[in-house]
Design a protein around this ligand. Sequence first.
Ligand code: NDP
Ligand code: 8X3
Length: 250
Amino acid sequence: MTKTALITGATSGIGRATAHEFAKHGIHLILCGRRQERLHTIQQALSKQTQVHTLNFDVRDKDATFNAITSLPDDFKTIDILINNAGNAHGLDPIQSGNIDDWDAMMDINVKGLLYVSKAIIPQMTERKSGHIINIGSSAGKEVYPKGNVYCGSKHAVLAITEGMRIDLNPFGIKVTAINPGLVETEFSQVRFKGDAIADNVYKGYKALQAEDIAEVIQFAISRPAHVNIADVLLFCTAQANSTIVKKNS
Ligand code: NDP
Ligand code: 8X3
């Protein structure tokens, strides 16, 4: 039976690549993000392969999140797969000089936004006793690196929430997966450094993971047989050993 997936943060990077990957497999798509024009462009491209609906909302806005998901047309109301991907780092500063607005953004988007979207969708999954939730964490959810403080905190929270979801949703047969990438070449660093040229150097001198690499792992996770749940994946590019060690060309 054809499945329907809702992907947050589908306008860029990992979310957009996942939309393309799922479309190849005929999965019906609900694509979410704030940039309406991009949603429209991606919808137009992928509609040749599968059915696509778009939802334009900010995951920080609780009411907008619930209204958007409640507004889904009948054909898209049943969500089999939830990809909680929307998120970013904002800033890279020592804790003593961190920007409070950046802290708010990371906790509100990466943690609370993930919770709002999940809260709006989990009841239909528990009702049907089926579903798969994939939370995009990070290697920053498994270790803390210098100046990573609040971003790492937000991703540690994502990992803890993922594990909590897996425990609480176990009686309902709902799969819960954490995918935790290291450095992925997306718009992530443009956002983190607010357009500063420093962002251009983050992926220089080595081959970082590409968004498509993560999308393929997500596709693998969602296509396992009913009795198999990929609980937790940590993936790095070959040049990366951990959050602070990256082998670059000299
Ligand atoms: P991008 O910046 O390329 O994509 C981020 C996506 O999140 C965009 O589609 C953006 O859409 C969406 N988003 C951001 N803020 C909001 C918001 N307030 N409301 C709704 N949507 C929002 O980054 P990535 O693809 O790299 O990041 C995706 C996820 O992967 C994030 O959770 C990130 O933390 C995680 N990750 C990234 C890594 C990397 O190195 N790139 C490594 C490990 C994890 P729009 O602006 O249109 O709303
Ligand atoms: C993104 C990877 O190392 O920039 O989560 O935190 S990192």
